[in-house]
Design a binder for this molecule. Structure first.
Ligand SMILES: [Zn+2]
Length: 350
């Protein structure tokens, strides 16, 4: 009897575990639906989007293997690998970084350790290295201050400082880690012939950053736009990383030339989109730039323009300001750009 009960419990638990792992449907076949924190969205019969914390991931599966675009954060790698395994038993051979931001490249090292080869624009590799150097410098500074505080407790700060400097110098200079960055970089475009189709990777200059690429699956008619498209939200233009407002508009225009009404679009953030969504974002950026410029030459201050909710009300009503970039931040950015461009013109006084 006891054995029976134990066997019964084990069988019951076994059912729960296998159910939650495989998400099996009534017919017994695998059902790609929801995992713990990442939603699996079917884009075509062999292209998928992983939507969760961080930037949207694109995945192509097929005869040759798995090609992935972006990889969210380091801590999501196990879940990403599990999901990919559910779609294909082939290895993730190639990965493309759409740009350098941590919510798209955080899992790079894990993926490299998993045997994946990473491709990115030249500036992505450079910026990833710069970020690591900056982190190293910050860690050194923290260690220095900590040590100095400890030694200076005896009251002789000068001796403490000299001692600390000596010991910190011994920590050595920054040497970039080997084999943790994209192995293959490119300046402009590159093409994959993979899983039965031509996949075009093309650089769009100074848009969200200075290392953005879009990835177009020519037969499947699927475009991954990286963070050059925030679907339904005001976009983040990372001026400190070579991003540019006008460049962003140009990049959206370039995408609009390439795509048609049937194209399925994976945005950097937000839901799977269509051409009309991209067009809406493009037109929003153009319209807001024009209206802020008009306000500026009319002599309005930054505060007055930000306070004028009429400028953005149609977009705010659709939730554009509820994302990473608030309405105030976005209008403030447009004001700063406008001031730079129109700076020499004298605002009209009424
Ligand atoms: Zn980004």
């Amino acid at each position: 009897m006891r054995t029976l009960i134990i066997t019964g419990i084990a069988l019951f638990l076994g059912c729960i575990i296998s159910y939650s792992q495989d998400d099996v449907d009534k017919n017994g076949s695998k059902k790609p639906t929801i995992s713990r924190t990442i939603n699996l969205i079917t884009v075509t019969n062999n292209i998928y989007m992983f939507k969760g914390k961080g930037g949207n991931i694109g995945v192509s599966t097929g005869e040759d293997g798995v090609l992935m675009i972006d990889n969210q954060f380091a801590e999501t790698t196990p879940e990403i690998l599990n999901l990919a395994k559910r779609l294909s038993d082939k290895p993730i051979q190639f990965l493309i970084n759409t740009h350098h931001h941590g919510d798209h490249t955080g899992g790079n090292i894990n993926m490299i350790n998993n045997g994946t080869v990473i491709f990115a624009h030249d500036n992505v590799r450079r910026r990833l290295m710069e970020d690591e150097r900056r982190k190293f410098a910050k860690e050194q500074e923290t260690a220095f201050n900590k040590k100095l505080d400890k030694l200076a407790k005896d009251g002789n700060r000068e001796i403490a400082e000299a001692k600390t400097k000596g010991s910190i110098r011994n920590m050595g200079d920054f040497t970039p880690s080997v084999n943790t960055y994209p192995a293959i970089t490119f300046t402009d475009n590159m093409t994959f012939y993979y899983n039965g189709e031509k996949i075009m990777v093309f650089h769009v200059q100074n848009a969200h950053t200075d290392g953005d690429v879009m990835v177009y699956f020519t037969d499947s008619n699927v475009l991954h736009m990286g963070d050059v498209f925030f679907n339904g939200k005001y976009p983040f233009v990372d001026i400190n990383s070579g991003g540019n407002y006008d460049g962003y508009i140009k990049a959206l225009s370039r995408a609009l030339i390439l795509i048609d009404e049937e194209t399925k679009i994976i945005p950097g953030h937000g839901d799977l989109a269509t051409k009309s969504d991209v067009k809406y974002s493009h037109d929003m950026m153009v319209a807001l730039k024009n209206s802020v410029a008009y306000e500026y030459v009319s002599g309005k201050t930054k505060e007055q323009i930000i306070a004028n909710k009429d400028l953005t009300k149609i977009y705010d009503a659709k939730g554009f300001g509820d994302g990473f970039i608030s309405t105030e931040k976005f209008v403030g950015l447009i004001y700063d750009i406008t001031k730079k461009q129109y700076g020499k013109l004298k605002p009209r006084k009424n």
